[in-house]
Design a protein around this ligand. Sequence first.
Ligand SMILES: *[C@@H]1O[C@H](CO)[C@@H](O)[C@H](O)[C@H]1NC(C)=O
Ligand SMILES: *[C@@H]1O[C@H](CO)[C@@H](O)[C@H](O)[C@H]1NC(C)=O
Ligand SMILES: *[C@@H]1O[C@H](CO)[C@@H](O)[C@H](O)[C@H]1NC(C)=O
Length: 417
Amino acid sequence: MVGGAAAAADGNGNGNGIGKDGGSINPTPTRLPLSMKLLRPLLLVAVLATVFLGVFALLLGGSAYSVLPRFFLPDALSAPSSSRQRAQQPCAGDGKAPLQRWTRAPASPSAWHNMTEEELLWAASWRPAIGKYPYRRVPKVAFLFLTAGPLHLAPLWEKFFAGAGSRTELYSIYVHATPGYSGPKKFPRSSPFHRRHVPSKVVQWGEPTMFDAERRLLANALLDPANDRFVLVSESCIPLFNFTVVYDYLTGSSHSFVNAFDDPGPGGLGRYNGALAPEVTPEQWRKGSQWFELARDLAVTVVADERYYPKFREHCRPGCYVDEHYLPTVLTAVAPARIANRSVTWTDWSRGGAHPATFGEGDIDEAFLTRLTTEVDQKTCEYNGQPSQVCFLFARKFAPNTLKPLLKLAPKFLGYG
Ligand SMILES: *[C@@H]1O[C@H](CO)[C@@H](O)[C@H](O)[C@H]1NC(C)=O
Ligand SMILES: *[C@@H]1O[C@H](CO)[C@@H](O)[C@H](O)[C@H]1NC(C)=O
Ligand SMILES: *[C@@H]1O[C@H](CO)[C@@H](O)[C@H](O)[C@H]1NC(C)=O
């Protein structure tokens, strides 16, 4: 309620401001020709002054050249009296306030906010229609931690993130945990997990609430315009390579890593529900791993989806699993060329059943980590259309008691720590 009221008040304030501005820059029609006549000699003076000062500046040398774009010629052309005053004080603000919404880092280092879910998704759904950024933009990788509670392996991840060195602007962290779980609040200021939990809701395994949480994580991360790639991980995931390798791999990829395949069996097409038609046909039905990585524009597509998601929420209920079908199906339908059809998170399904294998303390040794980083399913994929040595950047599932051996072996076998 508090957040809602604040946002509404903000909206009204903005609206009034725009209205007033609009009044003052739109002169009445009868006055326009007169002011244009007055403007002409002024313009001439402006042009001459600009040319003169330009030549003067060039004579003075390159350093003075930077003042040129601040002259008031464009303002004088587009607006009468009031803007002339503004133009005469070129140093009063840089006039780029609207752009700062995109260029500025969020004011608070905390990921917490008071927005309602509806407000959050709306705020996250904005997307520039021009692809090229008009400023130097350093892409950030957003790590989205979907957790039940404690982040037992956080000390390992902290070593991994330390690999970014002083370049903390290269990544951001968002943690979704069971509501009321206070663990994330306990991370000290020195930890990259400090104050990185987002407003969360209860998640039930296999239910649509699972993907609701994934959308919530995406939406929170989209609020930072520098976030460019969004990777979902869990409390049982570990990074298989150092930060540089992971960052370069994700930001350099021309595809998003979403696993999608056509499974005609009972665990695939067998879960298709006719009520999903006509939006989703049986031919479009795909299956894939929950553990996605998305480019920014596809992340916006997901949080802003009003066409497919409501249908999935209603008609894909256990034994249909939204988190295994929604992304593969919808992205194959709307952006097939954008996804690699594979995940960068390795999971061991070889033991069969509804849950993948969980590795414990006893499984962690040099041979196992060597196998994960150089053998099991690495070297069997394409990256940007070329055969690649590295296919998986993360692996799961690792039990809490693997922390100690992992911390010990990570420097030598995983390249961090
Ligand atoms: C959210 O609301 C609470 C209670 O009104 C307030 O104490 C807190 O500062 C607010 N947090 C943010 C991030 O605005
Ligand atoms: C990260 O790992 C790669 C590949 O092993 C290595 O070439 C690079 O030097 C490492 N970078 C850092 C900062 O440790
Ligand atoms: C992924 O599969 C779709 C068809 O479902 C195909 O159009 C696309 O090219 C594939 N992506 C890659 C990287 O091969």
